[in-house]
Write a protein that binds this ligand. Structure first.
Ligand SMILES: [Zn+2]
Length: 282
């Protein structure tokens, strides 16, 4: 799948020793995350009723978990290396500032030839519309983790035909940083839920084709694109490994395959660490 993801991460855990008052005293080791990695930001709840964090120009909800406010944050795959700051607001108190070091990572390049009949889908208006639909669905995320342990491949044993993060050129022009993994599979092959969750989107889109999105809580969402059919509907609760759809070639594709993403806070993240080790929560 070939749309340009907006941003992306390594599972990473940051625990902070904070003082209640004033600007943060974040006496924690500096978090270091690659583009495409996952940063699990956590601070003590400090008796606050709400928390949000602004980082990379976007504001995200934080979720109460085990006496902490937690936000799994994806570092978009095209983020430039350097020092960044997450600004946390507990209720209306003064901001806490937590630094983050984004360290360089190189992704391989991939050239794709797309038929003229498909290139009409490469339109900013289509991308914008799809993003709006997905973002509206993401807002329904459950505030607690619904997933259990490591995630599983949506097509166990399938060959990876294009890996996460590849810098993609379509017909010679830069197009995107690949926001998921492509799994080679024939038309009609069953794809299964990567973990427990709830179906928040089962809809025919344009670029992404028939698109299924499963919410796993705390802004963690898996996305299944280019399906030929759905085996579940919006609102359904699903279990890890449950059949949810069938592989197809709908949308912006050169042939049948599954494009599969894990997103955090709306941004795609490298699925491999999460397939291996899950998402580390405090
Ligand atoms: Zn893809």
């Amino acid at each position: 799948m070939l749309f340009p993801p907006r941003r992306t991460y390594l599972p990473f855990l940051l625990l902070l020793a904070l003082s209640v008052t004033g600007v943060s005293r974040a006496a924690a080791p500096l978090a270091r995350v690659h583009p495409g990695g996952l940063w699990v930001l956590a601070v003590p709840t400090q008796g606050a009723d709400s928390a949000r964090v602004t980082v990379f120009g976007e504001t995200h909800a934080m979720y109460a978990h085990n006496g902490k406010w937690v936000a799994p944050i994806a570092v978009y795959a095209r983020t430039k290396p350097g020092r960044y700051t997450a600004t946390i607001r507990l209720d209306d108190r003064p901001a806490l500032r937590v630094p983050l070091q984004v360290v360089a990572k190189k992704f391989p390049t991939q050239h794709i030839k797309m038929k003229k009949s498909k290139t009409g889908l490469m339109s900013p208006a289509i991308l914008k519309k799809e993003r709006q639909i997905l973002n509206a669905a993401y807002e329904e995320t459950h505030p607690e983790p619904m997933w259990r342990g490591a995630f599983q491949s949506p097509i166990p044993g399938a060959r990876v035909s294009s890996d996460f993060g590849r810098t993609r050129y379509v017909n010679g022009k830069f197009w995107s940083q690949h926001g998921g993994i492509d799994l080679a599979a024939p038309q009609g092959k069953v794809t299964v839920a990567g973990n427990d969750g709830r179906v928040i989107l089962a809809q025919k889109l344009w670029m992404r084709g028939n698109t299924l999105a499963i919410d796993h809580g705390m802004g963690i969402i898996t996305v299944y694109n280019h399906l030929s059919s759905f085996l579940v509907k919006e609102g359904d609760t699903v279990r890890k490994g449950q059949p949810v759809g069938k592989v197809g070639a709908t949308g912006f594709v050169t042939g049948p395959h599954l494009h599969w993403e894990i997103r955090a806070g709306g941004t795609p993240t490298n699925p491999w660490p999460i397939l291996k080790g899950g998402i580390p929560l405090p």
